[in-house]
Design a protein around this ligand. Structure first.
Ligand code: ZN
Length: 125
């Protein structure tokens, strides 16, 4: 029983056995591996946010500029040319199984793709 427990004490970074001299709750074989493991994880998280946030804010600005000009419909091609990324949204408002459309939420705006057209509007939160 004790032997099994000891064998389970392996470093989360290098998978080596954690020396008996380490604290009872130690997750790493040495401090260096603890720091490296945690830094790698943080870097991954930061990279994920960096990848998604600029796209969301860029999309939001595109919708805002159009709506401020009184535009509520543009072609998909025009949206793409403006740099709109259809994969960047903050949620799904509703899907219409009959029309096969989905209304996507993008902060306080929404957009729905109808074939070659996208309809955009400001939503009340
Ligand atoms: Zn290690």
């Amino acid at each position: 029983m004790m032997e099994t427990h000891k064998e389970n004490r392996r470093c989360r970074y290098c998978d080596d056995r954690i020396p008996e001299t380490r604290n009872k709750g130690a997750l790493y074989c040495c401090d260096q591996h603890g720091w490296t493991f945690r830094n790698n994880n943080n870097a991954e998280e930061r990279a994920k946010i960096r990848a998604s946030e600029p796209g969301l804010y860029k999309n939001r600005k595109i919708l805002k500029d159009l709506i401020d000009k009184g535009i509520s419909e543009i072609s998909k091609k025009t949206a793409s040319c403006l740099g709109f990324d259809f994969n960047c949204f903050t949620g799904i408002i509703k899907t219409d199984p009959l029309l096969k459309t989905t209304e996507y939420k993008l902060f306080e705006y929404s957009f729905t793709v109808f074939g070659d057209l996208i309809k955009i509007k400001k939503i009340v939160i």
